[in-house]
Every structure is written in structure tokens, then in C-alpha cells.
Design a protein around this ligand. Structure first.
Ligand code: 5GP
Ligand code: ZN
Length: 114
């Protein structure tokens, strides 16, 4: 956890391009975007993935989703739609083991997920 890059970004030990922050999460731009718009919604609390998350963690993710929906048009400028992705483990190509949601949009996305 101490060595977790997303904890460091959450704690502002590493600067990032912060788009949004509240008590539960931050939203930043992905450093290596795979769509015209590619944000990361990162819970402030460290837990690695959907398998290890607690009930409280799950409530936080629910609140995050609600908030993302509320700011999608106004702040994230995703009025034509978007995709939310959560990677888990090797087959899911998870590379950072602090759970996060990818928010993809800003252009027409492929109907295929892989
Ligand atoms: P994962 O593969 O774990 O689902 O997603 C990790 C994401 O974090 C990748 O899309 C990668 O580009 C992004 N990322 C990795 N390091 C940094 C960083 O230091 N800053 C930002 N903004 N994004 C990062
Ligand atoms: Zn972390």
C-alpha cells in the first residue's frame, strides 16, 4: 500500500491532472489514454480489486458511480455517452492494484470489449 502509485496520487505526493475530488474519490486523466477521453476514478481508500473489496468499499464504489453519472455531462463533457471499465487480475490486464474505474468516451467506441 505504501508503495502504491494511486495512493501517492490520492495523497498528492505525486502530482497529477486532477479533474474532480470529493471525500470518496479523485478523477484524473489517464497518462496513456486509449480513447479521446480517458479518465480514471480512484477511490481514496486502498483496496486492490473487486474480489477483495468489503461491503463498505462496495458502497463507496456505488457512490462513485452515482457521482460520475452526475458530472458526466457537465464536468467530463461526455454528453454523447461513455463506457466504465474495471480490470481485474492477469486476464483482465490489471496493472495497478488499487481498484479504479476507467471512464472512456469522447468518440464512438467499439462494441467489442477486447
Ligand atoms: P489498469 O491496467 O490497472 O486497469 O489501469 C491502470 C491505468 O493507469 C492505465 O490505463 C495507465 O495508463 C494508468 N496510469 C499508470 N500510471 C499512471 C500515472 O502515474 N498517472 C496517471 N494519470 N495514469 C497512470
Ligand atoms: Zn493504493
Amino acid at each position: 500500500m505504501n508503495n502504491c502509485i494511486f495512493c501517492k496520487i490520492v495523497n498528492k505526493e505525486i502530482p497529477s491532472n486532477y479533474i474532480y475530488e470529493d471525500d470518496d474519490m479523485i478523477i484524473i486523466k489517464d497518462i496513456n489514454p486509449i480513447a479521446k477521453k480517458h479518465f480514471l476514478a480512484i477511490p481514496k481508500l486502498h483496496f486492490s480489486d473487486v474480489v477483495s473489496m468489503s461491503e463498505d468499499n462496495a458502497k463507496t464504489i456505488g457512490k462513485m458511480l452515482k457521482k460520475i453519472g452526475a458530472i458526466a455531462d457537465s464536468l467530463l463533457e461526455l454528453e454523447k455517452g461513455f463506457r466504465i471499465v474495471m480490470n481485474k487480475g492477469e486476464h483482465g490486464c490489471q496493472s495497478i492494484f488499487h481498484l479504479h474505474l476507467h471512464i472512456l468516451g469522447g468518440e464512438q467506441l467499439s462494441p467489442h470489449f477486447n
